[in-house]
Write a protein that binds this ligand. Structure first.
Ligand SMILES: NC(=O)C1=CN([C@@H]2O[C@H](COP(=O)(O)OP(=O)(O)OC[C@H]3O[C@@H](n4cnc5c(N)ncnc54)[C@H](O)[C@@H]3O)[C@@H](O)[C@H]2O)C=CC1
Ligand SMILES: O=C(O)[C@@H]1CCC=N1
Length: 274
């Protein structure tokens, strides 16, 4: 385990997920600090994980070896501007913000000095050890810095390096945003079941256990394609066929492709906007 001091600028949903992954994997809470303007989330993080907290971004960043930039993309420029007075030359920066390119944080832009910065895209399941992250390291990042980033991003799940920065936007569409797609699907199933007369709690129990079962079937049968696993559920002339045909007739795969394209397009637009 590393002895690097890690600070999180922004203590929202995603920071909480990463901090949870870190602490649950044995990283010393004394080496972790979170900074946020309001104190509610900080108090909850302190109570749950015994990490250090502050409302002073500059002090947290100054004391840290690794600074995780975890505010909303539209606030990133102003948050970085307030860190410009620090000497960042010996620190590793990790951004988790969607859209904003690694180059924007450089000496000619947000941080106004040369920095070592890795751009990543995690997802919230990190908080329960089942996260999936993408990471992109520009050419000036050495192996030691890559190793600490890898340690942080794998503390709550899996992580992959992408060679091309543009691939991070595909990671957003596939893994960063996609937990929401699955939640939406389960939401729709529960809604339909309750409209058909089932009690909400029972409908949720059934839908979420089926989702878990399907996810584990995928994980534990790498030799079988998702299509084959689907076919194994689908009896000829049976019930599943009717349901699956309904999705196919409704062009589910076209809709998924459109949703992922829109997700990527939004990340690209955010790169211009912020
Ligand atoms: N939520 C998700 O599933 C994922 C989010 N991300 C990225 O993570 C970043 C944060 O997203 P969330 O955690 O969802 O947002 P969030 O809104 O839950 O958290 C952002 C936090 O930043 C704080 N904040 C606002 N101004 C600040 C300032 N000046 N200094 C320090 N903190 C400040 C807010 O009070 C809030 O607690 C975004 O850039 C997003 O693109 C990346 C992957 C997944
Ligand atoms: O919705 C967003 O923009 C962020 C990035 C991926 C998940 N949440």
């Amino acid at each position: 385990m590393s002895d690097k001091r890690i600070c999180f600028i922004g203590a929202g949903n995603m920071s909480r997920s990463i901090i949870s992954g870190l602490v649950n994997s044995g990283y010393s809470p004394q080496l972790i600090e979170a900074s946020n303007p309001s104190t509610g989330k900080l108090q909850a993080l302190q109570a749950d994980f015994a990490i250090k907290v502050t409302t002073d971004n500059l002090a947290a960043a100054k004391a840290a070896d690794v600074i995780v930039l975890a505010v909303k993309p539209q606030l990133m420029q102003q948050v970085c501007a307030a860190l410009q007075s620090l000497d960042l030359s010996n620190k590793l920066l990790i951004t988790i913000a969607a859209g904003i390119s690694a180059a924007r944080y450089s000496d000619s832009d947000y941080l106004a000095q040369p920095v070592k910065l890795i751009r990543t895209m995690p997802n919230t399941p990190m908080q329960i050890g089942t996260g999936m992250s993408g990471m992109f390291a520009p050419a000036n990042i050495n192996d030691e810095d890559k190793a600490i980033c890898n340690l942080i991003m794998t503390s709550g799940g899996q992580a992959v390096w992408v060679e091309k920065e543009a691939d991070l936007n595909l990671v957003i569409a596939l893994a960063g945003s996609s937990p929401a797609y699955f939640f939406l699907f389960v939401e729709a199933m529960i809604k339909a079941a309750t409209e058909l007369g089932m009690e909400q709690q029972t409908a949720r129990a059934l839908a979420q256990q089926a989702a878990l079962g399907a996810a584990k079937m995928l994980l534990e049968n790498p030799q079988l394609s998702p299509q084959q696993l689907r076919q194994n559920v689908t009896s000829k002339g049976g019930t599943t066929h009717e349901a699956v045909e309904t999705f196919i007739q409704g062009n589910l795969s076209g809709l998924v492709k459109q949703a992922m394209n829109n997700c990527i397009a939004r990340a690209e637009a955010m790169a211009q906007e912020f």
